[in-house]
Ligand binder design. Structure first.
Ligand code: 3HC
Length: 303
């Protein structure tokens, strides 16, 4: 069955080589997923060799963990590892037909990255952005071929979360969109088509919920209570555990873009900013016996 809003699948083009820009945690997760599921070469690029090596090393480490758990066959493990390579220059994308970026969440940075990619790839090569808060339409501006850009928004942890938001910008081409859906299917993700609106759909709802937790904080509810209040709903993680996994700065970026679009419907939290400014990665820390607590210095940051 064709997913709602997806164009005719016969328009989809084959993906035979993938480029990933950035070698951070998201990029490493993408490289692993694409190599494992599409079984095509994947090249990771970043600004220096150390980052590239770290990204490729992450993929190898994750494959080793899957192998140790018996979740992947030795053949598939070897194949996946050998499919993922790294490069410090984007020239390695010359014969790629699908390039996804996972770089810093800043419009100008992403536009610059895509301009550099466009200079080396073929006119048919699809460009995908994993942005969670920026306008895909604005990102397409300045591209030589704006029809090739599509939003491909994954959720953390990429290997486990089944959903993928596919974002169509006004100029996104039908063949590009059809290829995006076919690729999502090959990656074994459930793809939904969303409009290019601030925070798309999932984060818009999720961050609103999180925003209320912060608001409860800001209004004097203590951190333990605020973070545990949603447990009875059966959510797999408390809001702050989720925030720690997503990364506090990323969460704050999404919140800010939603605040700009929706005003008072979403709170930009002084408490969250205080944690970020203090270099905190999250709220909770684990004790040696596995129990969780909020350290006193973290509590002292919260007003
Ligand atoms: N990467 C890879 N594997 C992971 C992992 C990770 N980050 N985290 C956990 N796993 C594996 C574990 O190793 C374990 O594997 P095993 O069964 O082989 O031992 C398995 O997943 C289950 O782990 P746990 O039993 O520790 O944990 P859970 O049962 O709680 O499942 C979870 C983990 C699927 C991550 C679940 O907690 C969950 O669904 N959490 C909510 C995640 C969520 O909401 N993500 C969306 C965030 S928003 C976002 O990303 C958008 C962005 O734009 C900001």
């Amino acid at each position: 069955k064709r997913p709602a809003g997806a164009p005719d699948a016969t328009l989809a083009r084959p993906v035979t080589k993938v480029g990933v820009v950035g070698a951070g945690l998201m990029a490493g997760q993408f490289a692993l997923l694409f190599a494992r599921q599409l079984k095509v070469p994947v090249v990771l690029t970043d600004i220096d060799a150390a980052r590239v090596d770290k990204g490729v090393g992450y993929v190898h480490g994750e494959v080793d963990k899957l192998l140790a758990k018996g979740r992947i066959s030795p053949d598939a493990a070897n194949r996946t590892k050998s499919l993922v390579t790294g490069s410090v220059t984007k020239d390695a994308f010359a014969d790629a037909d699908f390039v996804i970026e996972a770089v810093f969440e800043e419009l100008e940075v992403k536009k610059q990255v895509f301009a550099e990619v466009e200079a080396v790839v073929s006119p048919e090569c699809i460009l995908a952005t994993n942005t969670s808060s920026l306008s895909v339409t604005a990102m397409a501006e300045g591209l030589e071929h704006p029809e090739r850009l599509v939003g491909f928004h994954f959720f953390n942890p990429v290997a486990l979360m089944p959903l993928l938001e596919i974002v169509r910008a006004p100029k996104t081409g039908d063949a590009v969109l059809a290829t995006a859906f076919a690729t999502a299917r090959a990656l074994r993700k459930t793809a939904v088509l969303v409009k290019d609106a601030p925070a798309f759909v999932v984060n818009r709802v999720l961050l609103r919920l999180m925003g209320e937790v912060f608001r409860a904080f800001d209004e004097g509810t203590d951190a333990h209570t605020a973070d545990n209040a949603l447990r009875p709903l059966g959510l797999p993680m408390t809001p702050f555990t989720l925030l720690a996994m997503v990364g506090l700065p990323v969460a704050q970026h999404v919140t800010e873009s939603m605040h700009a679009a929706f005003g008072d419907r979403i709170a930009v939290s002084a408490n969250l900013q205080a944690l970020i400014d203090a270099g905190k990665k999250g709220l909770w820390e684990k004790a040696e016996d596995g129990s969780r607590h909020i350290p006193a210095d973290t509590l002292a940051l919260l007003s």
